[in-house]
Write a protein that binds this ligand. Structure first.
Ligand code: GAP
Length: 428
């Protein structure tokens, strides 16, 4: 494993701000406790990841349906799920500088910052509380969901009855989750407001090992093929029995070698029938043959959206001799193509370039740039990962063709304008 590379992280954070991937949240008011906002390019990258996930795991499968549930659910959900009682981290406080830390993240008995004496650990519940309605009274107390998962259990029967699915099948959801993390940090790695993409895959108990293995493979395929993350930077960690979440019988964490160390990217858990049993007094599923009711078991692959964005950015960031390149897979790149008129002061070139730009925009996110020299425009697109740049020159006016330049090889070729869409689509 590579040792910590703080300068790489600083470079990525700086690029993210400079080029509009991710900004500090509420910056003009001094920010807000590790909150981050996705800018114009960040939202494209994030949406591409979420859309590819939905395509792979919902659209292209027969055994999956989606939902989009409320962020705030009845507080009884969190009582039944065990989160109000169990969803906590051990917190210690420095008696000298008053800073707080997660006890399981530090290795010494003294404060990592000032070496002062630390308090005894106490359990700190991570649920983010608010009030629904005008009065801030106990009866109006509610929680923002700490995982998207619970809605898939709570809505299980409604989904079952409306979709007529049979085991094995899964429910998928993407959306925000909130946790009052003791120590948020490392850019968008650990925040108090973040996004998840989760699947609850319902099965018969006897099948859990087989399905767990199937999802393990699916997760590898997502990470290495769909996202194109370097395989050697991903590692499986079998979570020790004593460290399993309160609902899990087995969990594998998929860790990624981030510049700040090897850390959890995703998780795969066998949640047994724990959740459905907690929420339903009667078995919510009937065996087709003997009509007996039972509680399906669950395998849960879970994916953090923000950690996906971060892993993809870290993985794609390359410094070459005279340029910085984000070698993103074309399917992930915020812009698929950029269009340039060779010269800004030649109206016929600009008009032709704008015509091509408008046509390509019907199918893709496209950038348009007419500033400075072509070399600089190429490098500017390389830095944000645009896989193709198209230049309109005088020949284009006569032959209806353009130069298309490849981000990674920097090779240029001539191509008919009428072939552009097919060419780009073929690379996605
Ligand atoms: N439903 C299971 C569950 O929520 P988790 O391991 O607590 O499991 C799932 O979270 C994923 O959500 C993690 O693997 C990570 O990608 C992401 N995640 C969790 N806490 C996060 C945080 N504070 N900031 C950003 N992402 C987070």
């Amino acid at each position: 494993m590579k040792k910590q590379d703080n300068s790489l992280m600083e470079k990525i954070i700086s690029l993210c701000k400079r080029r509009g991937f991710v900004f500090p949240g509420s910056e003009i008011y001094g920010g807000l406790a590790n909150s981050w906002d996705y800018g114009p390019l960040g939202v494209e990258l994030k949406n591409n990841i979420k859309n590819l996930w939905w395509k792979k795991f919902v659209q292209e499968r027969d055994d999956m349906v989606g939902i989009d549930a409320s962020l705030i659910m009845n507080p009884k959900v969190w009582e039944s799920s065990g989160h109000l009682k169990e969803f906590s981290d051990p917190l210690v406080e420095c008696k000298k500088c008053k800073k707080r830390f997660r006890a399981d993240h530090i290795n010494s008995n003294n404060c990592p910052e000032c070496k002062g004496e630390l308090s005894q650990p106490r359990q700190f519940n991570l649920m983010l509380k608010t009030f629904l309605g005008p009065a801030e009274e106990r009866v109006n107390e509610v929680y923002f969901r700490p995982e998207t998962a619970q809605a898939m259990f709570v809505d299980f029967k409604n989904v079952l009855e409306s979709s007529r699915k049979k085991l094995p099948f899964g429910i998928a959801q993407t959306g925000k989750a909130f946790r009052n993390e003791v120590t948020p940090g490392n850019f968008i790695f650990r925040t108090r407001e973040f996004e998840q993409m989760e699947i609850e895959y319902f099965i018969e108990e006897k099948d859990w090992k087989e399905k767990f293995e199937l999802w393990r493979k699916e997760m590898w395929s997502w990470m290495t093929e769909t996202l194109g993350v370097e395989k050697s930077k991903i590692h499986e960690l079998e979570v020790a029995k004593g460290e399993l979440a309160h609902y899990s019988k087995r969990t594998i964490d998929f860790e990624y070698d981030f510049p700040f160390g090897r850390k959890e990217l995703y998780g795969l858990a066998y949640r047994t029938d724990f959740d459905l049993k907690n929420h339903y007094q009667e078995p919510p599923y009937r065996d087709e043959e003997n009509n007996e009711g039972f509680y399906p078991h669950v395998v849960e692959p879970t994916f953090g959206v923000d950690r996906s964005v971060l892993a993809v950015l870290c993985d794609a960031y390359v410094e070459e001799e005279d340029r910085i390149v984000l070698k993103l897979k074309p399917s992930l790149a915020p812009y698929k193509v950029a269009v340039f008129p060779l010269l800004k002061n030649k109206p016929e070139l600009v008009a032709k370039a704008r015509e091509i730009y408008k046509e390509l925009q019907k199918d893709f996110m496209v950038a348009f740039d007419d500033r400075g020299n072509i070399g600089k425009r190429y490098y500017s697109q390389d830095e944000i990962g645009t896989p193709y740049c198209v230049t309109v020159d005088f020949e284009s006016l006569e032959n209806d063709d353009v130069t298309i330049r490849d981000r990674d090889s920097m090779k240029q070729e001539r191509i008919k304008i009428s072939e552009l869409k097919k060419y780009i689509n073929g690379k996605l």
